[in-house]
Design a protein around this ligand. Structure first.
Ligand code: NAD
Ligand code: UDP
Length: 314
């Protein structure tokens, strides 16, 4: 049994990770400032005597004693990370410094939840870990993209300079139960719109692509990577290689929900990547891991979650 600190533990991915680590018998400290996370995501864990919740903002330092740190704190959807872009940069950069400082002091292993967004609007397809990316440093997405890139730099420099035991994963679009219904991400938007028979809002013509990974696959990849030796630091892509256009996603959601929704087309947001698909050969070779859950299967689970949620709130 180890003591695990999960920053952003009350968010979508963080809450699933808290649950999984508790199931594995660990002590879990969930740290969150509740910007996009919520107590409802972790309320079912509160009775567990191995679970602890701390309301804290990672832009400020904290003194704790733990074995492993999963640094997930950061709003992940464009609507939320663009709400206060300066705060997003601070969370990524000052938050990384604080968590790395903590890891250095207590000799803890630390994982950074980086993102496919470090590749920007990629000029290379699919994206492999050694591709340096195509990122606008002054665009609306930059607070997130560049913030995450700088966090990667800090992680690697703390490793080189101070021997901190680091792990960097680059997460590709992930979905599943407990995504926030109002965070504007495409999977949650389309599901809610379809369940309510409202118009499905496609930005642009729907020809842009993404590769959607179900939450369980991400957790498996992340935890396998955390168990690798100290010389293995990443970055490693964790994502599903099956690529879909946004139009295909819309049609699949409409079909599964048996919805009467029609599609409407809205302007494409600035710097919206045209295509995105991970090359996950490194993860396969290193972790004997690959994403297994098919989009249809994962959508069925996620739709069931949102269906329940909507019934509770109406
Ligand atoms: P989320 O918004 O649901 O969770 C983020 C959590 O961090 C929330 O609980 C929020 O309250 C908390 N938080 C934000 N700023 C904080 C701060 N300054 N101090 C303390 N807590 C803070 O998002 P998610 O989808 O669960 O993403 C988790 C992590 O994974 C993020 O770092 C995100 O960048 C990364 N990621 C997610 C995806 C995805 O598709 N979901 C893809 C790539 C990377
Ligand atoms: N998108 C869309 N309709 C929506 C929400 C998003 O067409 O209601 C598009 C968005 O423009 C992008 C893709 O879906 O091309 C994925 O968007 P999301 O915000 O989920 O993730 P990201 O752009 O960060 O990959």
């Amino acid at each position: 049994m180890s003591v695990m600190l999960i920053t952003g533990g009350a968010g979508f991915i963080g809450s699933h990770l808290c649950e999984r680590l508790l199931k594995e018998g660990h002590e879990v400290i969930c740290l969150d400032n509740f910007f996009t996370g919520s107590k409802s995501n972790i309320i079912h864990l509160m009775d567990n005597h191995r679970f602890e919740l701390i309301r804290h903002d990672i832009t400020r330092e904290i003194f704790l004693e733990v074995d492993e740190i999963f640094n997930l704190a950061c709003p992940a959807s464009p609507i939320h990370y663009q709400y206060n872009p300066i705060k997003t940069v601070k969370t990524n950069v000052m938050g990384a410094v604080n968590m790395l400082g903590l890891a250095k002091r207590i000799r803890a292993k630390i994982l950074q939840a980086s993102t496919s967004e470090v590749y920007g609007d990629p000029a290379v397809h699919p994206q492999k870990e050694d591709y340096w990316g195509n990122v606008n440093p002054i665009g609306l997405r930059s607070c997130y993209d560049e913030g995450k890139r700088c966090a990667e730099t800090l992680f690697v420099d703390y490793h080189r300079q101070n021997n901190v035991r680091i792990k960097i994963i680059r997460i590709f679009n992930t979905y599943g139960p407990r995504m926030q219904p109002d965070d504007g991400r495409v999977v949650s938007n389309f599901i809610i719109q379809a369940l309510q028979n409202k118009e499905i809002t496609i930005y642009g013509e729907g020809t842009q692509t993404r590769s959607f990974q179900y939450i369980d696959d991400l957790l498996e990849g992340m935890l396998r990577f955390m168990q690798t030796g100290d010389d293995t630091i990443g970055p490693v892509n964790i994502g599903n290689e099956n690529e879909f256009t946004i139009m295909e996603l819309a049609n699949l959601v409409i079909e599964i929900t048996n919805s009467r929704s029609k599609i409407s087309f809205l302007p494409l947001p600035e710097n919206d990547p045209v295509q995105r698909r991970p090359d996950t050969r490194y993860a396969k070779e290193l972790l004997n891991w690959e994403a297994k859950v098919q989009l249809r299967e994962g959508l069925i689970q996620t739709i069931a979650y949102f269906d329940d949620l909507l019934k509770q709130t109406t």
